[in-house]
Design a protein around this ligand. Structure first.
Ligand SMILES: Cc1cc2nc3c(=O)[nH]c(=O)nc-3n(C[C@H](O)[C@H](O)[C@H](O)COP(=O)(O)OP(=O)(O)OC[C@H]3O[C@@H](n4cnc5c(N)ncnc54)[C@H](O)[C@@H]3O)c2cc1C
Length: 389
């Protein structure tokens, strides 16, 4: 039984971690460079991940998921991201950003209608909060949803929507009452094959290049009232609650990227020679490895701790915002620190596309940006500690 400080993995957790590791190393790692290069969406491996239960790990079996807990989700996502962060992104959006919000805030009817396909990996889900003129300041959105009888009419543009080019269903946030600002936002589940929905510009990205990202555009799109999540005006609260869950996923993704870069660095430090020594014998290299390892293990404890806090919240309904933000902040900055050091340790080879180290470095950066930048995480953490705005 593996234990990390106070965490002991149960046989079930060991099993899911091993299954994810075996699958990721055998089927994803060998194709990751090719999909990074072309930017193509890896449909085949994502479909297989669905068949293995990875696209809805915490979703109850009756809604098409694997019915496991948050730690199982974190362990699997860490292993998938260790092989390829793009697969990790696609997996985290289906699990956290789509399914978590739908199951927590959707009516029984819409849960039945949409959860199964997404949680079982037969369809791809997305989450559209960001707009061209509002990212961190999400409450300042310009898209509009106007109620007309039994439906709302959506107009506007959402940007940077992960999986939008391939998604069947999207959780969309739009303003129903602009005067109320944040309290005037409402959340909906929309279907992408209906009139009034268009995919816009595909984003050419630095990293996670195999995860498709694009704008989406609504022109008089009709969404039925029953597709609303929660009540009118609940949207901002729903968006932030969903991001609490999402940030634990991004922390796991960051941890996986950092571990991959660290493992490669240890192996290289033991093999590469300069001046008649293994480079790992130089203090300049070995101290880097020590710092990388220490930060990874600290990030792991924060991430697993946040997973346990989320698990507890299923019983006591308490928010785990602080734990999720601290895990996301620390793990993403760890991923950046570790991948930066990994490129340096590999030097010329670290800069070459012949090894995955440069990809780890490019992929790591996104974890400091999406689902709330590091500045926003610091703001959330500090506000929770001081009670000040
Ligand atoms: C690859 C990728 C995938 C994405 N996927 C999705 C998705 O699926 N769905 C979705 O809705 N969004 C998605 N996003 C959007 C992402 O969440 C935003 O990019 C992010 O929240 C930051 O918003 P912004 O880019 O508009 O930056 P801005 O909000 O304009 O921020 C610019 C800079 O100012 C800083 N800043 C802003 N406000 C403050 C403040 N109060 N105090 C201190 N500093 C501040 C920021 O930290 C940042 O450094 C994705 C983005 C990328 C790059």
């Amino acid at each position: 039984m593996t234990s990390y400080g106070m965490f002991q993995l149960s046989p079930e957790h060991e099993m899911i971690r091993q299954a994810a590791r075996d699958f990721a190393q055998k089927e994803i790692a060998p194709i990751a460079a090719q999909f990074d290069e072309t930017g193509e969406f890896p449909s085949k491996t994502i479909k297989k991940m669905g068949e293995m239960g990875f696209m809805g790990i915490e979703v109850p079996e009756e809604y098409g998921g694997a019915g496991m807990d948050t730690l199982a989700y974190v362990l699997a996502l860490e292993e998938i991201s260790k092989a390829d962060a793009s697969h990790g992104t696609i997996m985290s959006v289906n699990n956290s950003l789509f399914c978590h919000g739908l199951l927590k805030f959707g009516s029984e009817d819409i849960k039945k209608k949409y959860a199964y396909a997404i949680a079982s990996g037969q369809a791809i889900g997305a989450y559209a909060l960001t707009e061209p003129m509002s990212g961190s300041d999400a409450g300042n959105m310009r898209s509009r949803a106007v109620r007309q009888g039994d439906h709302y009419v959506l107009n506007g543009r959402k940007s940077w929507v992960t999986s939008a080019p391939v998604a069947e269903y999207i959780v969309v946030f739009s303003m129903t009452d602009p005067e109320k600002k944040q309290r005037g936002i409402t959340a909906f589940v929309i279907e992408t094959d209906k009139p009034g929905f268009q995919r816009g510009k595909k984003e050419p990205k630095l990293g996670i290049r195999a995860s498709a990202t694009s704008e989406i555009v609504f022109e008089d799109y009709h969404v039925p009232v029953e597709n609303r999540l929660g009540e009118e005006g609940d949207g901002f609260k729903i968006a932030m609650t969903v991001l609490d869950a999402g940030r634990i996923g991004i922390a796991s993704q960051a941890l996986g990227i950092a571990e991959a870069a660290y493992d490669a660095s240890v192996a290289y430090a033991k093999e590469r020679e300069a001046f008649g020594h293994k480079i790992g014998e130089f203090q300049g290299i070995s101290f880097k490895l020590a710092d990388m390892k220490t930060r990874i293990e600290a990030a792991r404890l924060l991430t697993y701790n946040a997973a346990l806090a989320k698990e507890r919240s299923k019983k006591n309904d308490e928010r785990y915002t602080l734990e999720a933000s601290m895990a996301k902040l620390f793990a993403s900055e760890t991923a950046m620190f570790v991948t930066h050091a990994a490129v340096q340790i590999h030097a010329g080879l670290g800069y070459s596309k012949e090894l995955p180290v440069e990809r780890y470095f490019r992929d790591a950066k996104i974890t400091e940006i999406y689902e709330g930048t590091s500045e926003i995480q610091r703001m959330v953490i500090a506000r929770m500690e001081t009670g000040l705005r």
